[in-house]
Design a protein around this ligand. Structure first.
Ligand code: ZN
Length: 297
């Protein structure tokens, strides 16, 4: 396993991607969850999104979440923004870095973002300019398959990345929005895009962890995950939960890959969501515990 990285960067998206498809949770409860995640050692946290509360009621109050978090803990705080107005609201709320999405699938982009891909590129250029040096990470959705067209949008992703780089984007994350990636597809896409990308994986079909493992072997060191494995886009039919943060940390701990995260504290943070959502979280390690804690039988 000598080709695995020594360390990876996990961006925790549970407070945003994890909770956006749930019933609205009070901002003060979201603050408690975020503070637990930071205390568990997560260094990158997507704490809020700045979308219209009409479109995504569960994400209302992103400014209140940002105002309530314990900023002394030191993670980089990310906010998801749909447009320039959202970016301005996020920056006013003292978000450190912005995520913005565009889809590799034109049909998905037009139905869910209500723009053509070319219009999205123009909008992202405005956001990069408004960000004035703050990091903007473009999350490209449906890279490994689209719920509308089935297959991965062959050939378009490197070109889209080049167009975005031309307007100043320096960081990309490839998203498997509806869990259609497999190791073979991860391998194929990464050979076209290069491995200096983040991966945002969903576990709809049970492939998220093996996809992450494959990507790490190829040299990818950035991953989006959600504590407890909650999540799924409210705009993507059939979207399952995110790769569970604690499942990836558990795998990395045993492989000697540093994540900076205290697995026990993370599992507690993930399980704290059960009282909030009123049902068990789907993540395997949150459900069964780490292998090191398995009782002898
Ligand atoms: Zn997602």
């Amino acid at each position: 396993m000598s080709d695995l990285p020594g360390t990876i960067e996990i961006r925790e998206v549970g407070p945003r991607d994890g909770l956006q498809s749930e019933e609205p949770v009070d901002p003060s409860v979201r603050v408690e969850f975020v503070d637990r995640l930071a205390a568990a050692g997560l260094r990158e946290i997507e704490a809020a999104s700045f979308v219209s509360p009409k479109a995504v009621p569960s994400m209302a109050g992103g400014d209140l979440v940002m105002a309530g978090i314990d900023r002394e803990r030191g993670p980089r705080w990310w906010g998801l923004v749909p447009n320039l107005r959202g970016a301005e609201a996020a920056l006013a709320a003292q978000v450190d870095a912005l995520t913005v999405t565009v889809s590799a699938c034109p049909v998905y982009n037009e139905r869910n973002i209500r723009r053509t891909i070319a219009e999205s590129v123009v909008g992202i250029a405005d956001i990069v300019e408004a960000a004035a040096g703050s990091v903007v990470d473009v999350v490209i959705s449906c890279v490994f398959g689209s719920p509308y067209t089935g297959d991965e949008p062959t050939g378009t992703v490197p070109e889209l990345m080049a167009q975005l780089a031309a307007v100043g984007v320096t960081r990309f994350t490839l998203a498997d929005t509806t869990g259609m990636a497999t190791p073979a597809r991860i391998d194929r896409v990464l050979h076209r895009t290069g491995v200096d990308v983040g991966l945002h994986l969903h576990d709809t079909r049970g492939t998220a962890l093996v996809n992450a493992w494959t990507a790490m072997q190829l040299g990818v060191t950035r991953f989006d995950t959600a504590a407890g494995g909650l999540g799924g886009s409210p705009f993507a039919n059939g979207a399952g939960g995110n790769l569970a943060t604690e499942d990836l940390v558990h795998l990395c701990d045993d492989a000697g890959i540093d994540t900076g995260v205290d697995l026990g504290a993370l599992v507690e943070a993930a399980r704290s969501l059960e009282a909030v959502i009123g049902r068990p979280v789907p993540g395997r390690i949150a459900t069964h515990g780490p292998r090191s804690a398995a009782p002898a039988v």
